[in-house]
Ligand binder design. Structure first.
Ligand SMILES: *Cc1c(COP(=O)(O)O)cnc(C)c1O
Length: 544
């Protein structure tokens, strides 16, 4: 299997090159050259597979065995998911006959990004070790310096994915004193030699600007071989397809015996920011998993909801010139997104979905363009889709908006529904599910999904069942959860919500490098100093 850029060109990359490259040089995202087919009999054969077994089965469709053998895949996958606290990795809970939550937060940092980042770290390490083993004795070893900025929500998932990995150093910049104490502790209590938390005196935007400038500095970039782990990396999407398959089987086994599984339709509701999580569901569906609609649930950063209403993909809402909350200062936007003018990002109670544009949406747009492309043959349609995408993305960059033809919007509506949820409704939803039977404490991101599910449910056919993806543990976003549930009879956050792992976290040993000014040269010094020490300590410093 080879991969190509959504914006065209002759480049065809192996899986390894795709994963190590991240973003294509022409600004596009890599997608597989074709959608593979599921093996005959997968429904019976895969039915009782564990998460790890399903991962190997699905990944093997997208990774040539001469790149990574099934046995190697198995080792990588088992290592990646051994860090999860639940034997199912992503367990599913039933809230009522028509509603389930798929919990994606049982990894080391209590949020869904662990599913992909635990794998990505091991893949990086696997590729680097193999490249280095092939080098002549004394040859220069390949290393990777991963650099990223975080507003607090997701930096820890990257750190836990890459901690203790051979040939990799990771530097995560966060705005000093502007992330919550728990988020800060989740990052800075990882004291492995290859993990470097950098607390910058400044804002999240300052941190992100510094990271962008580092990547743009050709000389520095080449010297340290900078790498990114942001959500456009193909391996992250691939890793996430697995829980759609797993939950499909979990769902079937939980249905009452009287319900025919052939008549029950699953609708997935996904709290969405950069469109990575739900895109994995789209790939699962394209592979042939028989599922119904995918529901894009956004907070008031609703570019995607507006797209499904109007066919306009635009940063600012042109139908409502004075957007709600437009005067709010930009803050708390999510990690690792591509360059945007963040001045329009609204601060919400679900900060990991605070985005202006959704970086992975480009991948869906490619398929929509392909399905509506003129041309009789696959290569013709393929070329047409790439040039359409290049054109759309060019307009997006120049004008901050693009409108797709009506038939493209119609195609998008076949597989997706979109719904926007306000902060107010998010809080109400947390409260209402806590008071429900069974009582369920949802984090604010999950609550956006639960609220969207509830809005849509009345218009669903009777055979439709909803699975809401639960993307974070409620303790991770304690402020919103406490706000929603405070004062309710019998509610006790420490007793009912706080996991053992969070207790005492604030008192644990920390390691952090302070940078006194938001100045790129100071951050460069930090990276240079660490690199110099590693050389001094001999090859392999920071390795397993
Ligand atoms: C990243 C994140 C999301 C959004 O996922 P996307 O793949 O960016 O759409 C939702 N909830 C939480 C808790 C997250 O960390």
């Amino acid at each position: 299997m080879k991969y190509f850029s959504t914006r065209g060109g002759d480049q065809r990359l192996s899986f390894e090159e795709t994963v190590l490259t991240g973003l294509a040089p022409n600004g596009g995202l890599y997608i597989p050259e074709r959608i593979p087919s599921l093996p005959e009999g997968w429904r019976t054969e895969w039915k009782n597979y564990s998460f790890a077994e399903l991962s190997v089965a699905v990944f093997s469709l997208f990774i040539s065995p001469n790149e990574i053998s099934a046995e190697e895949l198995r080792t990588l996958v088992e290592k990646s998911y051994a860090t999860f606290r639940h034997p199912d990795v992503t367990p599913m809970k039933k809230l009522n006959d028509k509603l389930f939550v798929l919990e994606l937060f049982h990894g080391p940092t209590f949020a869904f990004k662990d599913v992909a980042l635990q794998l990505l770290g091991n893949l990086f390490e696997f590729f680097l070790l193999r490249r280095n083993a092939r080098k002549a004795v004394g040859g220069k070893q390949e290393k990777l310096t991963v650099v990223g900025a975080t507003s607090g929500d997701t930096g820890s998932a990257a750190i836990y994915g890459l901690r203790n990995k051979a040939n990799i150093s990771i530097f995560i910049l966060h705005p000093k004193g502007r992330v919550s104490p728990i988020q800060e502790a989740q990052m800075t209590t990882v004291t492995d030699a290859n993990v470097h938390n950098v607390a910058v005196k400044g804002t999240f935007d300052d941190c992100q600007d510094i990271v962008k400038a580092l990547f743009a500095d050709k000389e520095f970039n080449a010297k340290h071989r900078l790498g990114a782990v942001n959500s456009i990396n193909w391996a992250r999407i691939l890793a996430q397809t697995v829980y759609y398959f797993l939950s499909f089987f979990q769902f079937q086994s939980q249905l009452p015996a009287s319900t025919s599984t052939d008549n029950a339709e699953i609708q997935y509701v996904v709290p969405t920011g950069n469109f990575g999580d739900i895109l994995a569901g789209y790939y699962a569906k394209k592979l042939g998993l028989p599922i119904g609609k995918l529901v894009v649930a956004t907070n008031s950063n609703d570019i995607l909801t507006r797209f499904w209403r109007s066919g306009k993909y635009e940063k600012a809402d042109s139908s409502a010139p004075v957007a709600e909350g437009a005067a709010t200062p930009a803050q708390g936007s999510s990690d690792g997104k591509q360059a945007t003018d963040s001045s329009g990002v609204k601060e919400t109670l679900s900060p990991a979905m605070d985005i202006l544009i959704s970086s992975n949406f480009e991948r869906l747009l490619w398929y929509l363009a392909y399905e509506n492309a003129p041309g009789a043959t696959d290569p013709e349609k393929h070329a047409s889709a790439c040039s359409t995408l290049d054109n759309w993305m060019g307009r997006m960059k120049a004008n901050g908006r693009v409108e797709v033809p009506v038939e493209v919007l119609e195609t998008a509506r076949k597989d997706f529904i979109a719904e926007r949820v306000s902060d107010e409704l998010t809080l109400e939803t947390i409260k209402s599910y806590y008071e429900g039977d069974p009582s369920y404490v949802a984090d604010p991101h999950t609550a956006v999904g639960l609220a969207a599910a509830r809005i849509i449910a009345p218009s669903n056919a009777l055979n439709v069942h909803q699975i809401v993806l639960s993307t974070a543990h409620p303790a991770k976003f304690s402020e919103a959860v406490s706000r929603a549930l405070e004062g309710l009879p019998g509610f006790n956050f420490d007793r009912d919500v706080l996991p053992e792992e969070f207790k005492g976290l604030l008192e644990k040993e920390k390691r952090v490098i302070d940078v006194e000014k938001a100045d790129i040269s100071l951050v460069k010094d930090v990276i240079e100093n660490v690199a110099a020490k590693e050389v001094g300590a001999g090859a392999g410093a920071g390795s397993v």
